[in-house]
Design a protein around this ligand. Structure first.
Ligand SMILES: Cc1cc2nc3c(=O)[nH]c(=O)nc-3n(C[C@H](O)[C@H](O)[C@H](O)COP(=O)(O)OP(=O)(O)OC[C@H]3O[C@@H](n4cnc5c(N)ncnc54)[C@H](O)[C@@H]3O)c2cc1C
Length: 462
């Protein structure tokens, strides 16, 4: 492990000189607020929290930290679910709270350039005026910087892709204080190594994103929502595979298990039945395209034994249904007072999704674990949510987590579809990547030889 230098009063003074006195805080409230994210991982305090306002301030801070071998952990808004932003080696916590502006809207190019601290929901509220939106949609109001760093995805990824598919260009501050530009505003670029996508998903361990140009899409003219109940998870999951194979191009294709549907019905009055349920959304430029698509979806669902099928093109009804899905995590937490949640995330190729889901059902039933399944099924992505309130229930969840991860890898999948590696998935990296992990280590050593950038993440035991 690297020997890091503590943040001394001299360093605090130097930071104040670079960023201004207001942008540097050692207040206990600020330290505590940035000591843990939304995951189950324990809190760890930084020694100082800073709030830069410019890319140059970020770069100058890195230069100082690198010269003194002080850890720097970037922080979006702390909604990560794998401890990605917890400053486990102390040092400087760099919050992007004050770098949250839209730099330029390039409406004619379907692009926007932003600072990294803007929340994607806030961004989309502004972009609505232009009839455009940034489609990656994690449930929380995550920042663009945090989304790009984690390669976040979400409900609409099945149609529009993950964060990595919706970024064109970034400005990145390197560990040694250089500010570089990666990618291009040209949608096509075949020039040189793809450094843009090296930084996307690197969780702040290779460089710090100080600006990003994002791809936008037009707000769809017509949308529908479908809710379909099935008697078994297997039937629901087979329907997912069939809908994906039909070419109907769903904009969302989500699965919740019977326990989750029951909870949403009982606590929110959502008109659901206590069965495994698929939520779907379709987008179209013409209403007749939407209607024809819905007819085909209904036929597929009926062939696979749907118990009840409801489709709506009514905006209020659609929003009500999706509100329940979007807020299912908060609803679940509210319904389990006194319990904490461990949320795991894996993904597999869509053809292996039924096998993965049946494995989850088998092992959770075998161990008598309370578990809720909720998945971006159209992407082969599942989250298993374990409530816990004792060391035993936590240990059981961790053991099941390990089994499910290894099964996902066996099925040709990944240890994390969207939450990133952070702390929790680091130990599975050798199983997933083998010798490629050595190449990743070499890249890390080249870009961050002193290991100051978000140390303790991504690589096991480092
Ligand atoms: C209720 C709930 C639902 C969620 N649903 C989803 C979902 O559907 N899909 C999904 O993908 N995720 C989901 N998440 C997880 C989370 O929202 C994402 O991981 C998101 O990308 C984190 O963004 P953030 O701004 O909170 O970043 P943080 O948690 O603050 O940081 C995340 C990572 O990004 C790094 N980072 C932050 N800013 C920068 C920067 N400017 N440059 C370089 N690195 C940076 C941090 O160091 C850390 O490694 C959910 C979380 C919650 C609480």
């Amino acid at each position: 492990m690297n020997a890091y230098h503590p943040v001394t009063p001299d360093i605090i003074e130097a930071l104040r000189g670079i960023l201004g006195a207001d942008a540097v805080s050692v207040a206990q409230a600020d330290i505590d607020l940035h000591a843990r994210d939304q995951s189950h991982h324990p809190a760890h305090p930084a020694e100082v929290v800073i709030f830069p306002t410019t890319a140059e301030g970020v770069a100058a801070t890195l230069k100082l930290a690198n010269a003194h071998c002080i850890p720097v952990t970037p922080w979006g808004v702390g909604t990560g679910l794998e401890g990605n932003a917890i400053p486990v080696r102390g040092g400087i916590l760099m919050s992007f709270e004050k770098m949250n502006k839209i730099v330029a809207v390039h409406a004619d190019d379907f692009q926007v350039t932003v600072q990294p601290g803007i929340g994607h929901k806030d961004l989309n509220a502004e972009l609505a005026r232009f009839g455009l939106f940034f489609p990656p949609d994690p449930g929380a109001n995550a920042t663009v910087g945090g989304m790009l760093a984690n390669n976040a995805a979400g409900i609409r990824t099945v149609k529009y892709g993950a964060s990595k598919d919706n970024v064109l260009k970034m400005q990145v501050a390197l560990a040694d204080g250089r500010l570089i530009s990666v990618g291009s505003r040209s949608v096509k670029q075949a020039s040189g190594y793809d450094l843009l996508h090296l930084f996307v998903g690197s969780e702040g361990t290779l460089g710090i994103i100080t600006e990003a140009t994002l791809k936008l899409v037009p707000v769809p003219m017509h949308m529908s929502a479908v809710v379909a109940h099935f008697s078994t998870v297997t039937a629901a999951v087979e329907t997912v595979v069939a809908v994906r194979g039909s070419g109907l191009d769903p904009a969302a294709l989500e699965l919740i298990d019977a326990a989750h549907a029951k909870m949403l019905r009982e606590t929110e009055g959502v008109p659901l039945k206590d069965y495994p349920t698929l939520f779907m959304e379709f987008h179209a430029a013409l209403p007749e395209t939407l209607e024809a698509g819905l007819k085909s979806v209904r036929e597929i669902c009926e062939e696979l034994g749907v118990i009840e099928f409801r489709a709506t093109t009514d905006t209020a009804e659609r929003k009500r249904l999706w509100h329940a899905r979007h807020h299912s995590y908060e609803i679940m937490v509210r319904s389990h007072p006194g319990k904490q949640f461990f949320i795991m995330d894996v993904a597999v190729p869509i053809s292996a999704y039924p096998d993965l889901i049946s494995f989850v059902e088998t092992v959770t039933a075998r161990d008598g674990a309370t578990a809720y399944m909720i998945g971006h099924a159209g992407d082969g992505n599942i989250h298993v949510e374990f409530p816990y309130d004792t060391p035993e229930s936590f240990e059981r969840a961790m053991k099941l987590n390990g089994e499910i991860v290894m099964q996902a890898l066996k099925l040709g999948g990944t240890a994390t579809g969207e939450h990133g590696v952070g702390l929790g998935k680091a130990k599975y990296m050798p199983y997933e990547h083998g010798e490629s992990l050595d190449v990743m280590r070499a890249i890390k050593a080249t870009l961050d030889p002193n290991g100051i950038l978000n140390p303790g993440k991504v690589f096991p035991n480092e």
